[in-house]
Ligand binder design. Sequence first.
Ligand SMILES: Cc1cc2nc3c(=O)[nH]c(=O)nc-3n(C[C@H](O)[C@H](O)[C@H](O)COP(=O)(O)OP(=O)(O)OC[C@H]3O[C@@H](n4cnc5c(N)ncnc54)[C@H](O)[C@@H]3O)c2cc1C
Length: 407
Amino acid sequence: MATTSPLSRAIRDFAVVGGGIAGCTVAYELARRGHSVTLYEQSSIAHAASGRNMGLLLNQVEVEVVKIMRHSLEIYREVEHAARPFNLRQLPQLLLARDAEQMKVARAHAAALREIGVEAQPLDPQQVRSEVPQLSEDIQGGYLLPGAWALDPAPATQAFAEAARVAGAEIRTGARVSAIDRHGVFTDEGRRPAGGVIVASGPWAVDLLPSLPVTAARGWVLLTAALPFALPWIVEEMSWPDQDRLGRASRLPTLADVASGGHDEPAASALALAPLTDGRALIGTSMAPSLREAVEGLDMPQRVAARALEIAPGLRDVSIARAWYGMRPMAPDGMPIVGRLGESGVFVHGGHGSLGMMTAPATARWLVDEILGETRPELKSLSPARFAESASSAPSRLSSGGTAPAP
Ligand SMILES: Cc1cc2nc3c(=O)[nH]c(=O)nc-3n(C[C@H](O)[C@H](O)[C@H](O)COP(=O)(O)OP(=O)(O)OC[C@H]3O[C@@H](n4cnc5c(N)ncnc54)[C@H](O)[C@@H]3O)c2cc1C
């Protein structure tokens, strides 16, 4: 049942920090409901991970994530024709097993997905290779899932920014927020008052809220030239850990890790092969703890390419046009952090990790529902309060005096 809090009655004007998918979806939600909102982006819209990811909305094995993803899909459809096109398209997803161990994982994932109504059709190695002969003769087979989706991530993020602008939001790019408090934000142009501040600045959120348990995890993508064959599926190797392991794998490196020179070793890597609408394809991806500003991970394009060739030797002669990285904002359990911080009028929409394109439209809608006084049960498990205990047991990371109270 909807309840109205005194806070939600008081706030009419909002500042949103960050012009990635997390910030643009929140700005859209606030503006379309008639609230005054200014979004501050230090660079340009979608210039960070939100414009540099693989754009996949996949059937994850965690039931909760699939449900959030389905809700996000409905919201993408809302803005799809209203703002700018972003090639939202349905594609089958192949859970590919290259050895017996991965086959076990694929089987377990297929069973879990069937329980939530996702069909999973087993394919033997011959069936897989008859569609994609470029794959190795050694693969064990896999499961074909209908109902995965892909989109072009930068235009999708820009579409939310544009839809927010059309609904009345002010979108300010090249505007860095250097500090926040309960009365608004500070930029190079001075204080900008706001009744509510939503921090949605990806892995940089800790610069404004040092108590937030978010780390940066660097991931790489290769872009091919046009493929000389049609790739019928999104191919996903079954070695990507679950959200919880991913979150824990992206802890901060220790001084000893940095001293040994191995802090940027990937915590996870798996082949993901995704066809684009123009015949090219994306090859990914990896995840490595990052110090953000350090030069690191220089061998990752090579590692991603080598892994791809082990699994798909027939891609050997495909030209690679570009490679780039993005920084995932990781929470300790790999799930988004969404909600109010204390009673301060400061809210967080962050920590979307590997799932930002899949989950941010839905979590933004629920967050704004809550800000406006409704209770959203979906956000209970995503609340910043879930880290309160670990915050008190990790003082070195979490006690350095944020502008809002620790969750
Ligand atoms: C290689 C790779 C592949 C991925 N593939 C997928 C995928 O297929 N599907 C999926 O769902 N997710 C995927 N992800 C994850 C997804 O990209 C992220 O979860 C998502 O983009 C995070 O969005 P965000 O808005 O929180 O952060 P960002 O996109 O990083 O945006 C934060 C913005 O805040 C701005 N900012 C920071 N500090 C300030 C400040 N002080 N003042 C003003 N502005 C500020 C930054 O400039 C930036 O633009 C992938 C990520 C990577 C790296």
